[in-house]
Design a protein around this ligand. Structure first.
Ligand code: FES
Length: 151
């Protein structure tokens, strides 16, 4: 993969190339690419004069960062207790069946990433699915297909 170094430079410059801003810089890089490409991490390490192993350590430590490309549609099925007791496992299984991937995976066409989360703070609406930033409450396996059609 090739990266636009000038775009990375402008992100790094926004933080005055401060080593202490590494997390913020990585957040912006991820917002740009939807994940953290290895070459981008190497470039950031070089420009900030931080050992590569340290940059990769930060990128792998925080769950919010991903080193794998994510789909255009990011579907998060809540598996927290309130959603679980209301059947979120069956909802998850239906997404897995319809998309042909397991939780944590991305479809081959790069369209969908399916993930699980633990409570998104909307327990009264459970089971809850969040598609990108959009919340869908009282999900059932039957509603999965229509959600995917709308996505
Ligand atoms: S447990 Fe699912 S929103 Fe809280």
């Amino acid at each position: 993969m090739t990266i636009d170094e000038s775009r990375l430079d402008s992100i790094i410059d926004e933080y005055n190339a401060e080593q202490g801003s590494l997390i913020s810089i990585l957040q912006d890089v991820q917002a740009e690419y939807k994940y953290l490409p290895k070459v981008a991490l190497e470039y950031v390490a070089k420009q900030l004069d931080i050992p590569r192993v340290q940059v990769f350590g930060v990128a792998t430590f925080f769950k919010a960062f991903s080193l794998k490309p994510k789909g255009r549609q990011q579907i998060h099925v809540c598996m927290g207790t309130a959603c679980h007791v209301r059947g979120s496992k069956k909802v998850l299984e239906e997404f897995e069946r319809k998309l042909g991937i397991e939780a944590g995976g991305t479809t081959k066409d790069g369209e969908y990433t399916l993930e699980t989360v633990n409570c998104v703070g909307a327990c009264a609406l459970g089971p809850v699915v969040v598609n990108n930033e959009e919340y869908h409450g009282q999900m059932t396996p039957i509603k999965v297909e229509s959600l995917l059609k709308k996505a």
